[in-house]
Design a protein around this ligand. Sequence first.
Ligand SMILES: CC(C)(COP(=O)(O)OP(=O)(O)OC[C@H]1O[C@@H](n2cnc3c(N)ncnc32)[C@H](O)[C@@H]1OP(=O)(O)O)[C@@H](O)C(=O)NCCC(=O)NCCS
Length: 170
Amino acid sequence: MSSITPKFILRPFRESDAESIAKYANNPRIAANLTDGFPNPYGLDDAKKFLTMAIQNEPYTIFAIEINGEACGSIGIFVQSDIHRKSAECGYWLAEPYWGKGIIPEAIKQIVNYGFRTFDIVRIYARPFSFNKESQRVLEKAGFTLEATLKKACFKNGEFCDELIYSIVR
Ligand SMILES: CC(C)(COP(=O)(O)OP(=O)(O)OC[C@H]1O[C@@H](n2cnc3c(N)ncnc32)[C@H](O)[C@@H]1OP(=O)(O)O)[C@@H](O)C(=O)NCCC(=O)NCCS
């Protein structure tokens, strides 16, 4: 366990983040843990496309994780619709050089706080793959609890895997 969490801030994305996002997101070890909507390989055009979607007005739903002046990852909170409208899904990824330093658990705590203050929701959840022990660990460290295991719910990189649902409820 890391004793010192490097300084990071969550802030809205900017067009000038394209190069750092393309640099860090272009990593199969990140893509392997996300939906197929996350490109691999990940080029500058992918980053620009992402930023077109991510640069938005308040209330913000996607934030850059800025470390040493660079966008080194992303964390988002996405309010659902219809009968699920009081729930939001949380998703995140971090540049590999910064893994294992306790950044994402702190970022999740901040986004949970922001989410419950900003949106009319009572539940925030995340859906890691069953093999993603690091993500399960960060959710536990951020106060989430395991709710469910959806057997063979995902087909990723040619293989079935279970999907876990973690949540924190107000
Ligand atoms: C999963 C991820 C978000 C973790 O973020 P993080 O800021 O590295 O989290 P932490 O520093 O708290 O580490 C979490 C666990 O990873 C493991 N870990 C520690 N050092 C590590 C390292 N150098 N490399 C990889 N994993 C490490 C440990 O088990 C740690 O738990 P511990 O603190 O109890 O020892 C990050 O690895 C990532 O972006 N992965 C790819 C994308 C992804 O999985 N997104 C989530 C989809 S649900």
